[in-house]
Design a protein around this ligand. Structure first.
Ligand SMILES: Nc1ncnc2c1ncn2[C@@H]1O[C@H](COP(=O)(O)OP(=O)(O)OP(=O)(O)O)[C@@H](O)[C@H]1O
Ligand SMILES: Nc1nc2c(ncn2[C@@H]2O[C@H](COP(=O)(O)O)[C@@H](O)[C@H]2O)c(=O)[nH]1
Length: 195
């Protein structure tokens, strides 16, 4: 664990809930042909979410079993839901692509950074509190869930200063364009160094 080849990069999209991390990350990932590494989650899929595409949705029992086997590189419980990332998935993804991306809360982003150091590029996505609240309401999330998620908005926002890059997300196409350009810089540097 923690041993990556020189040119292997992990782009971690992080920021407050509702800021648009998934929308932005998936669009940038598709444009740049990056491989997505999925987390495991014990919650049920939301409308529109697909097992194996958004998360590996598993039961709390199976999650506990995998955890006992020590397979998670990082592991969080948020509002009674367990989320985690398996190092074997990260290693396997690198066999397909030298650059991967994933979407984590700031706590998970910090653990990845500590584990993989300079191989990790953290991209912080943000919008103001009212906007993220409204987006979650528009998605039909329950009021108590929204309140629980907003309770750590300020703490999440504070993580921006630690990240390698930060982008506001109001106009999705604009945000994706800016981030794609920034990440292309990393990919081109990799190509030049290989020549
Ligand atoms: N720039 C934007 N303008 C308007 N709506 C947006 C924008 N970006 C994302 N959204 C919408 O906001 C909602 C939350 O986006 P997304 O799921 O990508 O964010 P997230 O940060 O992963 O949050 P969550 O954990 O709540 O899913 C979605 O309904 C998405 O379509
Ligand atoms: N530290 C980790 N955080 C994760 C992981 N997978 C998802 N998340 C974060 O959880 C919250 C809630 O996600 P939601 O999909 O239920 O809205 C959000 O901040 C995700 O980024 C993980 O493996 N580790």
């Amino acid at each position: 664990m923690g041993e990556l080849k020189e040119r292997e990069l992990i782009f971690v999209f992080t920021g407050p809930d509702g800021s648009g991390r998934k929308s932005v990350a998936d669009s940038v990932g598709t444009t740049l042909g990056l491989t997505k590494v999925l987390s495991y989650a014990t919650r049920k899929p939301r409308p529109g979410e697909v097992n194996g595409q958004d998360y590996h949705f598993i039961t709390p029992e199976l999650y506990g079993q995998l955890d006992d086997e020590g397979g998670f590189i990082e592991n969080v419980t948020i509002n009674h839901i367990r989320y985690g990332l398996r190092d074997k998935d990260i290693e396997r993804s690198f066999q397909h692509n030298g650059c991967i991306y994933l979407i984590l809360d700031p706590e998970g982003a910090e653990i990845l950074k500590r584990t993989y150091g300079d191989h990790v590029i953290r991209i912080f996505i943000y919008a103001d509190r009212n906007t993220v609240e409204q987006r979650q309401r528009d998605e039909g999330q329950l009021e108590d869930v929204i309140a629980a998620r907003l309770s750590h908005y300020e703490a999440d926002i504070a993580y921006q200063s630690q990240c390698e890059h930060a982008f506001e997300n109001y106009d999705l196409a604009h945000t994706v364009f800016d981030i794609t350009n920034t990440l292309e810089g990393y990919l081109e540097r990799n190509l030049v160094e290989r020549d």
